[in-house]
Design a protein around this ligand. Structure first.
Ligand code: PLP
Length: 429
C-alpha cells in the first residue's frame, strides 16, 4: 500500500471523509486523494515522493507558486517575533494601507481569517446599513459556507451532489433570492418587484465556482444600476479574483465600483486570511465605531499579514500577470484547436491566468449550461493527468490556476500530456 493510501486510511478513521475540506476528496473523479509532503515553486511532492506540477495552487492563493523565497522569509521573520498578539501591530496597518492604496473602491478594510468570514461580514454590514434583510445571490456562485449562502452554491456542493446543505434551517435561506448568472432580465424583474426589500446583491464578478464563467457584457453594470436605484448594496466577492486579474481588485479593471469588496486567498499568500472593504461611510458602521458587530481572536494575524504583504509587494515588483495569462491562453488555444479538429464535446474556458477544461461544447454562461458537462469524462481526464504528473482540481466545476513559478517548459508538457489524457478520456476511435 502506498504511503498516501495508508495516510488516507488513517485519516478516514478520525476525520470525516478523511478530509478537512470536501473539495479535497476525490469523490467526483474516483480514486483516493493524494497526500503531499512538501512543495516548491510549481511542484508538489507527494508522500510517496512523486513530483506533480500543480495547477491548483491551493485553490488560488499561491499565485507566486509554493514556498516562494520572499514569502517564506517574511513568515519566518514574523514567526520569530511572536505568532499572535491579541493586540494591534504594524503589519496589519501596512497590509490595510497596501490594499486601500491599490483598490480605489476601498477607503477602509477589515481583516478577517477566511473568505467565508469576509462574505458573512459584508452581508451583515449590508443588512445593518440598509435595515433590510433580503439578499440576492447567483446560481453556481460560491461565497463560503455561511448558512444563508449555501443555496445553489457551486463547486463543492455540485461535486458532492448536494443541492443545498442539510442543517441549514429554511428560515436562514428564506430571505435569499437566487438568480441565474448572466441573466439581466431576471435581475431586472426581481428588482422591479422587490427592490425595496433587498439589502445586497453578492456576486463573483468573474465566476470560478461553477468552472470559469465570465460575466456577459453589461451584466455587472446592470447589477450596479439596479442596486444604486433601489438603495441596495452591491458586493463583489473577489476572494479569487482580487490580485489574480491584476494588481488590484477585478472591479478596478472593470470600471465598476461595488459598495463592498470581499478578498481572501492571494492577500494571505497561502496563510489563512480574508478581508472586506469599501467606502469609509459604510465601513465605519462596523464595531467598535458602529453597531454592526464583527470580531476575531486571530484576525490580522502577524504571520498571515506578513505573507500577504510579501506576496503583494512581489506582485508589484514583478508584475507576472501577462505571463500568467499567456500560459493559460496557450493551453486553451492549443486544446481548443485539437478539440475542434477531433469534433469533441470539449472546450477550455480561459480568463487571465485561470482556465477550466469543460467536458461539453461551449460556451458555459451559467450553471444550467455547466450542468451539461460529462463529469465522468472529466474524472478520466483528471486521472490521466495525475498519472502523467499534473495536479488538477478533482472536480469539473473548479479553476486551474497558472503560477509565476511555472515556465514555458511546464506549459508545453501540460499541453502534450493533456493531448494524451483527452484521447484516453474520449476513448480511442
Ligand atoms: C474560496 C472562496 C470563498 C471562501 O473562502 P474561504 O477562505 O475558503 O472561506 C468565498 N468566495 C469565493 C469566490 C471563493 O472562491
Amino acid at each position: 500500500m502506498s504511503t498516501s493510501d495508508h495516510l488516507f486510511e488513517r485519516a478516514c478513521r478520525v476525520i470525516p471523509g478523511g478530509v478537512n475540506s470536501p473539495v479535497r476528496a476525490f469523490k467526483a473523479v474516483g480514486g483516493r486523494p493524494v497526500y503531499m509532503q512538501s512543495a516548491e515553486g510549481c511542484r508538489l511532492t507527494t508522500a510517496d515522493g512523486r513530483e506533480l506540477i500543480d495547477f491548483v495552487n491551493s485553490w488560488g492563493p499561491l499565485i507566486l507558486g509554493h514556498a516562494d523565497a520572499d514569502v517564506v522569509a517574511a513568515v519566518r521573520e514574523a514567526a520569530g517575533k511572536g505568532t499572535s498578539y491579541g493586540a494591534n501591530h504594524e503589519g496589519e496597518v501596512r497590509l490595510a494601507e497596501l490594499l486601500t492604496s491599490l483598490i480605489p473602491a476601498m477607503d477602509m478594510v477589515r481583516l478577517v481569517n477566511s473568505g467565508t468570514e469576509a462574505t458573512m461580514t459584508a452581508l451583515r454590514l449590508a443588512r445593518g446599513h440598509t435595515g433590510r434583510n433580503r439578499i440576492v445571490k447567483f446560481d453556481g456562485c460560491y461565497h463560503g459556507h455561511a448558512d444563508y449562502l449555501l443555496v445553489s452554491a457551486g463547486s463543492g456542493l455540485l461535486t458532492g451532489g448536494i443541492g443545498s446543505s442539510a442543517g441549514v434551517p429554511a428560515d436562514a435561506v428564506r430571505d435569499v433570492f437566487v438568480l441565474p448568472y448572466n441573466d439581466d432580465a431576471a435581475a431586472r424583474e426581481l428588482f422591479s418587484a422587490r427592490g425595496g426589500e433587498i439589502a445586497a446583491v453578492i456576486v463573483e464578478p468573474l465566476a470560478g465556482n461553477m468552472g470559469l464563467v465570465e460575466p456577459a457584457p453589461g451584466f455587472l453594470k446592470t447589477l450596479r444600476n439596479l442596486c444604486s436605484r433601489s438603495g441596495s448594496l452591491l458586493i463583489f466577492d473577489e476572494v479569487i479574483t482580487g490580485f489574480r486579474t491584476g494588481l488590484s481588485a477585478y472591479a478596478t479593471f472593470l470600471g465598476i465600483a461595488p459598495d463592498l469588496i470581499c478578498l481572501g486567498k492571494i492577500i494571505g499568500g497561502g496563510l489563512p486570511i480574508g478581508a472586506v472593504g469599501g467606502s469609509r461611510k459604510i465601513m465605519e458602521e462596523l464595531a467598535p465605531l458602529g453597531r454592526v458587530y464583527q470580531a476575531g481572536t486571530l484576525s490580522g494575524n502577524p504571520l498571515a499579514v506578513a505573507a500577504g504583504i510579501a506576496t503583494i509587494e512581489k506582485l508589484r515588483r514583478t508584475l507576472p500577470y501577462d505571463r500568467l495569462a499567456a500560459f493559460a491562453e496557450r493551453i486553451a488555444e492549443s486544446l481548443n484547436r485539437a478539440a475542434g479538429a477531433e469534433g469533441r464535446d470539449f472546450h477550455v474556458a480561459r480568463a487571465f491566468g485561470m482556465f477550466t477544461p469543460f467536458f461539453k461544447r461551449g460556451p458555459v454562461r451559467n450553471l444550467e449550461d455547466g450542468k451539461g458537462c460529462d463529469t465522468g469524462r472529466y474524472g478520466r481526464f483528471f486521472r490521466g493527468m495525475l498519472d502523467r504528473g499534473f495536479y488538477l482540481p478533482p472536480s469539473q466545476y473548479e479553476l486551474c490556476f497558472t503560477s509565476a513559478a511555472m515556465g514555458e517548459g511546464e506549459i508545453d508538457r501540460f499541453i502534450s500530456a493533456a493531448g494524451e489524457a483527452l484521447t484516453e478520456a474520449f476513448g480511442k476511435p
